[in-house]
Design a protein around this ligand. Structure first.
Ligand code: GDP
Ligand code: IMO
Ligand code: MG
Length: 427
């Protein structure tokens, strides 16, 4: 199938990066379309661990054109650093393009991110402090600086002066020192010189490629439940990590072939916000360590809990997943019987519907089904038949509950530790 959208089904870190890398061997383009370096996508391949924040995770394949697309907010320094560290481990990469419509993240966005979090007090979101929210605020307020302006020295200076003047009025209101323009111009002009060769109307090229029948993967960042409109608002990110988000930036809706929803065999979340199946205490600590659940971008310990099938089925409906990938199945080995949430008790009622009201969700008591556990090392399993019956049972239970087939099972962080069950549902 020529187009495949791969997204996180729940709250991020589902192992999208690993699976994009696995599937990119058969792709012509891999396109990021939302978020910025709040994302952290891990790929373990050829003896190295790569942590991608901005560069699409398919870039290790020379056949791939990796696109930082419209819809993204890009920190130039983070991009250049990432390019450098990636090339040190893998000198030959695919072609990289940056959309002229992508927005640029500046230091004042990070300052404002920290300031806004401070102002939220108890209600803080727990952002990645990468300036993502403030960069999207500028985009929506129509004062953001786009890549096409950034790499044009004259326009860059004029636009920056305009924006900084406005920001300084805001900082002044908070009693904070203003931003000096010249140091930013000096530092960022050097970045602009380095970025210029990558910047082009990349989204139009991708669109032409789709129409020409090329194989294109859209690599979602974050997860559907962090979507600005459909997620657990206000504990969300500022963009659209849903499948539909890809259509906002050049994937015509009728050209979407397959949509792969990635979920972990349990659930994780970083930052604040409701998490009905969350575990605590020693069991949670043990699971966090077994799964190495520490943020790829920020190193923060991830919150962990049992698989939330109510949220997953909701995500399936919202995103129209044509199949699911279940990852980190190996991590649950040796934990005894496992649980999956099949309903929420909210007040006196039990429901299988995911509520849009975050206040209701935070009162939801999970109703669990207990499933057979398993032991042993799964990393060498190459087909579902080789998995222990408990792990197979979990996959089948997910399929039955959601009505969506599981096309991929991941049993370890390495490229090779992947079971492909149905290639036809992928790319
Ligand atoms: P992403 O943001 O969705 O790309 O996911 P992250 O890279 O932030 O987090 C996924 C983590 O799980 C990384 O540390 C991966 O190396 C690791 N990982 C991916 N698949 C598996 C798996 O099947 N088993 C185990 N144990 N780890 C995995
Ligand atoms: P990947 O692509 C997990 C979370 C933050 C915070 C909220 C808002 O690696 O799955 P932001 O900095 O975006 O304003 O923070 O969103 N968040 C993520 N959680 N994985 C991510 O990306 C995330 N990107 C943002 O923790 O709760
Ligand atoms: Mg991540």
């Amino acid at each position: 199938m020529p187009t495949l959208v791969i997204i996180g089904a729940l709250w991020g870190d589902e192992a999208k990066g690993k699976l994009v890398d696995v599937l990119a061997s058969d792709a012509d383009y891999v396109v990021r379309y939302s978020g910025g370096n709040n994302a952290g996508h891990t790929v373990q391949a050829a003896g190295h661990t790569f942590k991608f924040h901005l560069i699409p995770s398919g870039v290790l394949h020379k056949n791939v054109t990796a696109v930082l697309g419209a819809g993204m907010v890009v920190c130039p320094k983070a991009f250049l650093d990432e390019l450098e560290t990636t090339k040190q481990k893998s000198p030959e990469l695919g072609r990289i393009l940056i959309s002229s419509a992508a927005h640029v993240v500046f230091p004042y966005h990070r300052t404002l991110d920290a300031l806004e979090e401070e102002n939220r007090g108890e209600g803080k979101i727990g952002t990645t402090s990468r300036g993502i929210g403030p960069a999207y605020q500028d985009k929506v307020a129509r004062v953001g600086i786009r890549m096409c302006e950034f790499v044009d020295p004259e326009r860059f200076r004029a636009r920056l002066c305009e924006v900084v003047e406005y920001k300084n009025r805001v900082l002044d209101m908070h009693g904070k020192p203003g931003i000096s323009i010249e140091p930013i111009i000096e530092e960022y002009s050097a970045y602009a010189d380095k970025l210029r060769p990558f910047v082009c109307d990349a989204d139009f090229e991708v669109n032409r490629a789709i129409h020409a029948g090329k194989r294109v993967i859209f690599e979602g960042a974050q997860g559907a439940m962090l979507d600005l409109d459909l997620g657990t608002y206000p504990f969300v990110t500022s963009s659209h990590p849903t499948a539909g988000g890809a259509c906002l930036v050049g994937l015509p809706p009728k050209k979407v072939d397959n949509v792969l929803g990635v979920c972990v065999a349990y659930t994780t979340r970083v930052g604040s916000g409701p998490f009905p199946t969350e575990l605590s205490g020693e069991f949670a600590d043990r699971l966090r360590i077994a799964g190495n659940e520490f943020g790829t971008s920020t190193g923060r310990p991830r919150r962990v809990g049992w698989l939330d099938l109510v949220a997953l089925r909701h995500s399936c409906l919202m995103n129209g997943f044509t199949s699911l990938a279940v990852t980190r199945v190996d991590v649950l080995s040796g934990f005894g019987s496992i649980k999956a949430c099949v309903g929420y008790k909210i007040g006196d009622e039990v429901t299988t519907e995911f509520p849009a009201d975050t206040a209701l969700l935070s009162r939801a008591e999970p109703q669990f089904e207990t499933l057979e556990g398993w032991d042993g090392d799964l990393s060498a399993c190459k087909s579902t038949n080789e998995l222990p019956s408990g792990a197979r049972g979990l996959i089948e239970f997910i399929e039955r509950y959601t009505g969506v087939p599981v096309s991929l099972v991941s049993v370890g962080p390495n490229r090779e530790e992947t079971i492909v069950r149905d290639r036809g549902l992928l790319i």
